[in-house]
Design a protein around this ligand. Sequence first.
Ligand SMILES: Cc1cc2nc3c(=O)[nH]c(=O)nc-3n(C[C@H](O)[C@H](O)[C@H](O)COP(=O)(O)OP(=O)(O)OC[C@H]3O[C@@H](n4cnc5c(N)ncnc54)[C@H](O)[C@@H]3O)c2cc1C
Length: 385
Amino acid sequence: MAKPRIAIVGAGFAGLAASRQLSRLPRQEADVHLFDRNASTTMLPALPDVAGGRLEPARIHADLRQLLKPHIQLHLETVQSVDPAKKTLSTAEGVFTYDFLVLTCGAVPDRRGLDEHQEAAYTLGSLADAERICQDFTAYVQSRSSPQVLVVGGGYTGLELASNLKLRSVRLGRPARVTVLERKDRFLAGLPDRIRAYLEKQALRQGIEIRTVVKVDSFDGRNVRLSDGSCHDEVFLCCSTGTRRGLPELQGEKQELPDGRIVVDEYLRIPQHPQIFVAGDAAAILHRDVPLRKAVNFAYYSGQSAGRNILLELRGKPLQAFRPLDLGWVIPFGSTAAGQVLGIDYLAGRLPLAMHYAMCGYRNFTLGNKIYFAKSALRALFGML
Ligand SMILES: Cc1cc2nc3c(=O)[nH]c(=O)nc-3n(C[C@H](O)[C@H](O)[C@H](O)COP(=O)(O)OP(=O)(O)OC[C@H]3O[C@@H](n4cnc5c(N)ncnc54)[C@H](O)[C@@H]3O)c2cc1C
């Protein structure tokens, strides 16, 4: 076979981990191409802190060119579609042919029908989103006597955002009325009752209202009408209604979850297209028949595993199954947090918050930012945030 061409789509945690594995291939053995629509990569879990003005954007992103080994070829282009039959991917610049493909295009916010007046309804999926929320929210709060925030979606991102915006408004001297709206009959559905009860109590303490069985009926760019008939004028509206796959179009046969995640086999390949590996948030990786949740560590290790399997395949060796190790999860909420970590069923307070910042440091991209987050973890532990 001529020198193989390997394309990676998406330079987040999974794509960068795959590229690190593939950079072990000598230049004369393969060409490795990495596509991303942005020139930098972002520590997404810290976006709510940037949106709330608690963290400088520079702390959570890094220039891709400085992170990549010299022989990984970077294309700053958005991949629009992939055609597995022709082994091609398309961008606005043209068509690119690959021998192996790693799809690590992550997930983007899904407004779930809240499509009108998008410029005035904020989502939180990228650094640009977080910076925009921070800037616009500051201007909004300063121009209103009784600012009001509605966060649609009672998942962990919605709660974190609500808490950060509340804190921001207090710091600006104009405490906003902040309400989280959840269409189901419980927020954080699927989480253990004890953790939900803790977060509900914390919401009350922070002055955040959580309302269930309610949705947005209409939004005209300024004013919102809810399904319970109530009207809210001149609100700051945020949509935190879930995510869908970052790559718009993947042709050919495959199995997908409703949010577009692609079902892969134990080696992280699409069964119908074995030259395509999928990792991170773009993949539906079934573990004990349930898809893994979208999380940094799963993205990192699955990206690493996909890259390693391509190396093995090129060397004619058997592939290795991906065996995820679940270290747990934490939901940060202002100056506290709750979660399940290292087999402990219920952890709440400053310790899990410190663990969250420690993870943001450990998986960060530069030494300076790793140290910064390590200090944040210590400050969180001692209640100094
Ligand atoms: C607000 C927020 C808070 C979170 N909090 C936590 C947390 O506390 N703990 C935790 O473990 N996880 C958290 N997550 C989830 C975690 O960030 C993701 O699971 C992780 O980033 C997934 O990594 P990835 O590499 O699959 O995708 P990403 O990190 O999203 O990277 C995908 C990359 O692909 C690029 N891309 C996408 N589409 C295209 C395209 N068509 N063409 C070219 N490039 C493309 C993007 O620009 C991006 O660089 C959070 C996510 C968000 C948004």
